[in-house]
Design a protein around this ligand. Structure first.
Ligand code: PLP
Length: 466
């Protein structure tokens, strides 16, 4: 492929602007009966100048849209989500009450029901919210109401916000150790359960650092014996329930996700949405009673459910629901469909990168990726030396246009002894790559080349310094 062809394929998408204009006219038609208003076009010169200034300021970003951005969990939304969100901005509906967003509330209910069906739930209570943190907060808040005074347990690799949320809610939080694959250790969980006082266990399906999938079948077996509430934080991994290329253990966990009491999944991570879109779902709609409140200013327009009656936040962006609804209509949440194939492509990319790293003596890999996140360390005399090298390789790849991430992980995740490395610290700063764009599959070769060249350059410099 020539460089110029490359540029065309991966420049910022602008074609949707054409349809957006037509869609806006379509929307305008719906209000054609209103008395005319004076034109409110903003002063053209100042408006244009400010917007162009904003565009220039936005250049100061990594190219999240490009496959050579292979660092954190970041990518722009799908074009349909971007256009649908922008379209809704001319109305700015608020999904708190039906008065604020009739159409977008109906779209939210449809979109959330489709997410629930993906987990095998036909009836449930759920809604969109600001993101994974807010969604987990709602789930743990409900758990706290059902099990007052009892602790929340989550693995040592669970998202840091579970501890913080528990603090905010005044619930005790305890961390359960992980195995060498970054999954919650079911044996350690059982030991803790035997001591009693546990209200909720959070299983993470797709940890933030490595995409590890907690052993849900084991956790469910313990739930049957110890009777705790099970919350699944699938903020990152939830959509992988649709992927056809998971390894058997991850598949077994996703197959039983529907047995959780509550599930969090983030459309703004793998659901192709703009930020500000998380979702929390409860298996038992009766938990809606905890949300009951009087609001003397709203809810009078209809006997139908207002989403504000079942969510902790008051005002919420109806535009987020419009974007999600449009995306799911274009790319339905079905196994074998285009959306699922996108997830599978990212996972293939991760497996391919892991295989190359594992075959190269310059690197030490951790466990194979369970989803689409790969972590690895440069081989060196010790964990400390590998950490220094990782930081230097991270800088060097960025100089060459490849953007990776760094992560601090337990040294046990890497076979340091097998690689002849001294464990002089408990944690290793390693390289991390989230291959969450379908295009990553075609770009793994290029990513590998840039990583290999950068590593050679850094090792060459190290030898000169020695
Ligand atoms: C597993 C998991 N849970 C929760 C969160 C928090 O989500 P948010 O950043 O949308 O608040 C993240 C974020 O990366 C996550 O990976």
């Amino acid at each position: 492929m020539k460089a110029s062809e490359n540029r065309v394929a991966f420049a910022l998408e602008k074609d949707s602007l054409r349809v957006l204009r037509r869609a806006l006219e379509e929307l305008d038609e719906g209000f054609a009966g209103l008395p005319a208003l004076p034109a409110t076009a903003p002063g053209a010169d100042a408006f244009d100048r400010v917007l162009l200034d904003a565009a220039r300021r936005l250049r100061d970003n990594y190219p999240y849209f490009h496959p050579l951005y292979a660092g954190q969990m970041l990518k722009p939304p799908h074009a349909i989500a971007r256009a649908a969100y922008a379209l809704a901005m001319w109305i700015n509906p608020n999904n708190h009450a039906l008065d604020g967003g009739r159409a977008s509330s109906a779209m939210e209910k449809d979109a959330v029901a489709a997410i629930a069906r993906m987990f095998g739930w036909d009836t449930c209570l759920g809604h969109l919210c600001g993101g994974g943190t807010m969604a987990n907060l709602e789930a743990l808040w409900v758990s706290g109401q059902l099990h007052p005074g009892a602790a929340v347990l989550a693995s040592s690799q669970a998202h840091y916000t579970h501890q913080r949320i528990s603090n905010v809610l005044g619930i005790a939080f305890e961390s359960i150790p992980c195995d060498r694959q970054g999954r919650m250790d079911a044996g350690a969980l059982e030991e803790r359960l035997q001591r009693g006082g546990v209200g909720t266990v959070v299983a993470t399906l797709g940890t933030t650092a490595t995409g590890a999938v907690d052993p849900l079948p084991d956790v469910i077996a313990l739930k049957e014996r110890y009777g705790f509430r099970l919350h699944a934080d699938a903020a990152y991994g939830g959509y992988f329930v649709l992927a056809g290329n998971l390894a058997p253990e991850a598949r077994a966990a996703f197959d039983r996700l529907g047995e959780a009491d509550s599930i969090v999944v983030d459309p703004h991570k793998h659901g192709l949405q703009p930020y500000g879109c998380g979702a929390v779902l409860f298996a038992d709609p009766a938990v809606g009673r905890f949300y009951r409140h009087e609001s003397p200013y709203t809810y009078f327009s209809s006997a139908e459910l207002h989403l504000g009656e079942i969510s902790l936040e008051c005002s919420r962006p109806g535009a987020a629901a419009v974007a999600l609804w449009a995306t799911q209509r274009l790319l339905p949440l079905t196994r074998g469909g285009e959306f699922a194939r996108g997830l599978e492509a990212g996972r293939e990319a991760a497996l391919a990168l892991h295989a190359r790293l594992a075959a190269d003596p310059q690197f030490v890999t951790a466990f194979p990726p369970e989803l689409d996140i790969v972590v690895w360390a440069p081989r060196a005399g010790s964990a400390g030396a590998a950490s220094d090298l990782a930081r230097r390789i991270f800088d060097e790849t960025a100089r060459r246009g490849l953007h990776l991430a760094l992560a601090e992980l337990p040294a046990e995740f890497f076979d340091l002894a097998g690689a002849g490395m001294v464990k002089d610290r408990d944690r290793v700063t390693c390289l991390r790559s989230v291959l969450m764009k379908p295009e990553h599959r075609e770009w793994v070769g290029r990513i590998w080349e840039l990583l290999d060249q950068s590593t050679d350059a850094v090792l060459g410099q190290s030898q000169t310094e020695d």
